[in-house]
Design a protein around this ligand. Structure first.
Ligand code: MLT
Length: 268
């Protein structure tokens, strides 16, 4: 699928696409999917190099990930979808909105940011990529688990750190390295938000220290039609820590997208 194929699409969204964070895979959406009220098809792919997805050949890039998502959506028979991306998934969602604008009928940016990395963060990603590659182990990224979850979530779900650690241990080191380099190379996409042809919701865990409230507010201020949802007590993995409230935010986005579509069926 390319921009030309989708730029003239104006029909209703027929699926919800969920793009996971790093260094995780589609399983982070399982609880949320069960809480959704929508009867649209839900697609939760593994992004390149993670979960069951192969590590791509060629230059690491979130554009490549976005193009793979567009191909998958088209293969599933959808011309317009609502897309939700958490953190790295948000970077891919923004790339999708820029590269395949006609495909995106609504956008949820969850615990993510639209800006590029500063140089120290980029250098750190390269260092981590080199380390996991040379050691053949994911050990170098296991330390990040503590910063992904809020204290409150861990108090209420003491199993969560172990669950997330287990998922990370199952990733391929080469896929982790590819993802880090892809994220390091991504551009600032703040201006993409003003051009999204549909509603936007920005969701942020109240206790997200990686992409905190101020980062979410920046995205809301640059988008044309955005709402902000703060998730009480959740950290950076709000969709995992508080699946009910995040599912409710996505259900509302789907309703707004349907309302904004001329051909939409009657909505409640
Ligand atoms: C994520 O949760 O996907 C990561 O925090 C993204 C990143 O490393 O920028």
């Amino acid at each position: 699928m390319n921009d030309t194929d989708t730029s003239s699409s104006t029909g209703p969204a027929t699926a919800l696409v969920l793009l996971h964070g790093f260094p995780l895979d589609h399983r982070m959406w399982d609880d949320l999917t069960g809480s959704l009220a929508t009867d649209l098809q839900v697609l939760a792919p593994d992004l390149p190099g993670l979960g069951r997805a192969a590590v791509p050949d060629g230059e690491p890039s979130v554009d490549r990930s976005a193009d793979e998502v567009a191909t998958l959506v088209e293969a599933a028979g959808h011309e317009r979808v609502v897309v939700a991306g958490l953190s790295m998934g948000g970077y891919v969602a923004l790339a999708l909105a820029e590269r395949h604008p006609g495909l995106v009928a609504g956008l949820a940016l969850v615990d993510t940011k639209s800006t590029a990395d500063e140089e120290p963060a980029r250098a750190n990603r390269e260092r981590v990529a080199d380390e996991v590659e040379s050691s053949g182990s994911v050990e170098a990224v296991l330390g990040m688990v503590a910063s992904l979850l809020s204290d409150e979530s861990v108090r209420e779900r003491p199993d969560l750190p172990g669950v997330v650690t287990g998922w990370i241990r199952e990733q391929q080191p080469a896929g982790i390295a590819w993802s880090q380099r892809a994220m390091a190379a991504r551009p600032d996409r703040s201006d993409v938000l003003a051009d999204v042809d549909g509603p936007v919701v920005v969701v942020v865990g109240e206790d997200d220290t990686i992409t905190p409230l101020a980062v979410a507010q920046h995205m809301v201020s640059t988008a044309r039609d955005a709402e902000l949802v703060t998730v009480p007590g959740a950290g950076h993995l709000s969709a995992l820590e508080a699946p009910g409230p995040v599912a409710a935010a996505l259900d509302r986005l789907l309703w707004r997208a349907a309302e904004a579509t001329p051909q939409s069926p009657e909505t409640p």
